[in-house]
Every structure is written in structure tokens, then in C-alpha cells.
Design a protein around this ligand. Structure first.
Ligand SMILES: [Ca+2]
Length: 151
């Protein structure tokens, strides 16, 4: 009987990944809720929308759905953003926002970084990336120019 070994495994892996993503998503939703109920932040403009975006970003970059961004996650993130960094640079970037000295950025560190006033290399890169994305949105045609428009 022919086996569908590889396909089946892929399917299983996909299922497991989906489950892990759902679990991570639920955990991050819980944390977002804490921020929404937190007096310090709930007055903040567009806070719900911003938290939802942070969740999406975090899940995109947490490659193994572990709930934190370790050196490997950040390395891949920087490569995706066209900002390849050395191991040491990445270690420093993580240390800037890692409040628990775990060597990785958990979601609370991430939200705190994005909402807080403190500047960090990682935050600057992410904000820059966000702005670039917005600028790349399709714009209208450039204004028509012909001879008669010349002075
Ligand atoms: Ca991870």
C-alpha cells in the first residue's frame, strides 16, 4: 500500500504549528487585555489597534512560537527587514529591552518597548519599517506635465 509519508508529516506539522500559533495568540491576547485595562495605558490614543498590531508583529517574528524572541528570532527578523546584524549586535539589541535578563524579548518587553518613551535600536528599526511600509502604499499617478505647464 502506498504511503503518503511526507505529505502526511507536512500536514501534521502544519496542524501542530497552527495549534501553537493559536495558543500563542491567546496568551498574547491575555497580555493585551492587561494593557487595555491598565490605567497607565488605556488613555493612550488608538491603544487597542496598536496592541493588535504589536501582537501580529510579535507572532510574525517568534519563529518557534515560544513566546519570546531569542537571538535566532531577532537575527531572522533583522534579515527580513534588510538590516542584517552580527551576533554581538543582536545580543546588545536584546539586552536593551530584555527587562528580565533572560537573553530574549518576551511579549511584555516588546509591548513596553513599543509603548514606552525609551529609545532602543530595535524600536527604531521597527518604527522605520512601519513608516516605509506606509510610504509604499500605492499612490495616485504623478501630476501630468506637458510643455504648456512649463514657465
Ligand atoms: Ca521564539
Amino acid at each position: 500500500m502506498p504511503t503518503l509519508g511526507i505529505d502526511k508529516n507536512d500536514h501534521q506539522a502544519g496542524k501542530i504549528r497552527g495549534k501553537m500559533l493559536a495558543t500563542l495568540g491567546a496568551t498574547l491576547d491575555e497580555i493585551n487585555k492587561e494593557y487595555l485595562e491598565d490605567e497607565d495605558w488605556r488613555e493612550e490614543e488608538d491603544i487597542a489597534e496598536r496592541l493588535e498590531n504589536y501582537k501580529k508583529q510579535f507572532m510574525e517574528y517568534d519563529n518557534d512560537q515560544s513566546g519570546d524572541l531569542n537571538i535566532m528570532d531577532v537575527k531572522i527578523m533583522m534579515e527580513k527587514l534588510g538590516q542584517a546584524k552580527t551576533h554581538l549586535e543582536i545580543k546588545k539589541m536584546i539586552a536593551e529591552v530584555d527587562t528580565s535578563n533572560s537573553g530574549a524579548i518576551n511579549y511584555k518587553d516588546f509591548v513596553q518597548m513599543m509603548l514606552g518613551k525609551k529609545s532602543s535600536v530595535l524600536k527604531l528599526i521597527l518604527i522605520f519599517e512601519e513608516k516605509t511600509k506606509q510610504q509604499q502604499k500605492p499612490q495616485g499617478l504623478p501630476p501630468k506635465r506637458d510643455l504648456s505647464s512649463l514657465p
